[in-house]
Structures are given as structure tokens and as C-alpha cells.
Design a protein around this ligand. Structure first.
Ligand SMILES: NC(=O)c1ccc[n+]([C@@H]2O[C@H](COP(=O)([O-])OP(=O)(O)OC[C@H]3O[C@@H](n4cnc5c(N)ncnc54)[C@H](O)[C@@H]3O)[C@@H](O)[C@H]2O)c1
Length: 246
């Protein structure tokens, strides 16, 4: 495979937070980046920050046709992507299990889990055909440990980890490596406005006693997207300031 600087990456959820930081990290390496987001204006703003090597695409990961069309459009505009980072996601409401709204349960699963599945399904045929690919799924430490009152989110992230493990084994000899990152909390738009009390709760289990910076997650995502990551697949990489213990 060509050096990473000549490769094309798709980053979903690239208009904000971790996806934005990952897109910037890739572009810093000279890579071309397709910024996928349901928030087109936001993705265009990030493309403006990055410059000519980035292009924004309006994509709703809950819509199979939208995902397939975006893969074709990204290919046509930038070249065939060899990297896919699935960062699009939502937290959903905070509610106890007895009152958790069922339609929101489906919405969270449809974006976080099914959206990741749809994007992987669009990407894998080209990657397998070329004999090379890197897929990075942004899961969460919540998918390993659980967090109260966000059951749909936790279930979706545990399922993203399971999807990653399944795909890693399935594609192990194809040249396509599939890994997940499980970050602890990062102060991005996903939480909305954070109160001091909420921030303290999020940090309660983090031995390093701070939020992970998006740039730190981006550095790990970059390595997992590179040829330097050559013997890890179906694996979960924690970035949690010491929170993760297994
Ligand atoms: N911030 C954290 O504390 C944290 C911790 C662990 C894991 N994560 C995961 O990291 C990923 C990125 O989160 P973030 O913190 O950057 O959040 P964010 O809210 O800053 O960014 C998420 C992006 O996803 C996009 N998006 C939402 N629904 C979409 C859809 N249907 N189609 C396409 N795009 C859609 C949003 O428009 C937004 O730009 C998520 O999967 C999240 O679960 C975040």
C-alpha cells in the first residue's frame, strides 16, 4: 500500500468533537479527508479550516442510500478511501430504564450501532478488493464498564465493540484491519452544556482526573489508521486516563 500521506480517509461525525480532531490529524499528515456529517454546514466549516485536502459530504448514517451515495461521491472526488473512522454518534436522553423512551432507544442504536454497520458495509468491498484497509470504530469506555441512565448509549457502544471483534476476525487475512477506541469522557458537544456536578461525575472514575482531549484520541486513531498498525485487529484500545482495567 502507498504511504499514508497518499491515502484517502472517510471520517464520520467530522463536523464536531473527536471526528473533527481526527480529520485535522489526518490532514496534517497530508492525507485527503472526506468529512461526513448530517450537519453539512458544520462539515463545510471544518473543511474550510483544513483546506483543499478536505471535502464535506452531507451524510445521514441512519440512511443506507445516503451512506452508499457518499461513499461513491467521496471516491469520485478524492480517490478510493482506504481508511474509515466511524465517529458519528449521539448520547441520547438520560433516563432510568423504566422510563427510557423507546423511540429514543431505537434512535441511539440506529445512529451509533447501525450507522457504524452501514458505513462499514459501504467501505469493506473496495478495501477487500485492494487488499488493504483500516477501519476505526469510536466506541466508549461506557460500552465496557456501563454508565447509569444512558442504557441505549452503553448498549450501542458494547455492540460496536462486538461488531469490531466480529469484523476483525472475519477480515483478518484480507489486509483490512478493524479496531475500536474506547475513550473516557471528552468535553465535546455530545454532552451539551456541562454543569460542574456532571463534570465531577464524569471524572469520578478517571484516575488521571481529567477529560481526554480530542487531539489525544486523534493521535491513537491516526496510528490505528496507519500501516504502522500491522498486527492488531478486532481489538479495543482504551484511552481513559487509567479508568479501564481490562
Ligand atoms: N465525547 C466523549 O466523551 C466521548 C467518549 C467516548 C466515546 N465518544 C464517542 O465519540 C464519537 C464522537 O463523539 P463527539 O464527542 O465527537 O460528539 P459530537 O457531538 O461532538 O460529534 C458527533 C458528530 O456526529 C454527527 N452525527 C450525529 N448523528 C449523525 C447522523 N445520523 N449521521 C451523520 N452524522 C451524525 C453530529 O452532527 C456531530 O457532528 C461518538 O460516537 C461518541 O459516542 C465520545
Amino acid at each position: 500500500m502507498s504511504s499514508i500521506t497518499q491515502q484517502v480517509a472517510v471520517v464520520t461525525g467530522a463536523a464536531s468533537g473527536l471526528g473533527r480532531a481526527i480529520a485535522h490529524r489526518f490532514a496534517k499528515q497530508g492525507m485527503r479527508v472526506a468529512l461526513w456529517d448530517v450537519d453539512l454546514a458544520g462539515a463545510e466549516r471544518i473543511a474550510g479550516e483544513i483546506g483543499a485536502s478536505a471535502k464535506a459530504f452531507a451524510v445521514d448514517v441512519t440512511d443506507t442510500q445516503s451512506v452508499r451515495a457518499a461513499w461513491a461521491a467521496s471516491k469520485a472526488a478524492l480517490g478510493t478511501p482506504s481508511i474509515l473512522v466511524n465517529s458519528a454518534g449521539i448520547l441520547g436522553p438520560s433516563a432510568g430504564i423504566a422510563s427510557y423512551p423507546e423511540e429514543q432507544w431505537h434512535r441511539v442504536l440506529d445512529i451509533n450501532l447501525n450507522g457504524t454497520f452501514r458505513c462499514c458495509q459501504a467501505a469493506v468491498p473496495d478495501m477487500v478488493a485492494s487488499g488493504y484497509g483500516r477501519i476505526v470504530n469510536i466506541a466508549s469506555i461506557a460500552g465496557k464498564d456501563g454508565n447509569p441512565n444512558v442504557a441505549a448509549y452503553v448498549a450501542s457502544k458494547a455492540a460496536v465493540i462486538a461488531l469490531t471483534k466480529s469484523m476483525g476476525k472475519e477480515l483478518a487475512t484480507s489486509g483490512v484491519l478493524v479496531n475500536a477506541i474506547s475513550p473516557s469522557a471528552s468535553e465535546t458537544a455530545i454532552f451539551g452544556e456541562l454543569t460542574d456536578e456532571r463534570r465531577a461525575k464524569l471524572l469520578a472514575n478517571v484516575p488521571m482526573a481529567r477529560m481526554v482531549r480530542p487531539e489525544e484520541v486523534a493521535e491513537l486513531a491516526f496510528w490505528l489508521s496507519s500501516p504502522a498498525c500491522s498486527f492488531s485487529t478486532g481489538a479495543v484500545f482504551d484511552i481513559s486516563g487509567g479508568r479501564a482495567t481490562y
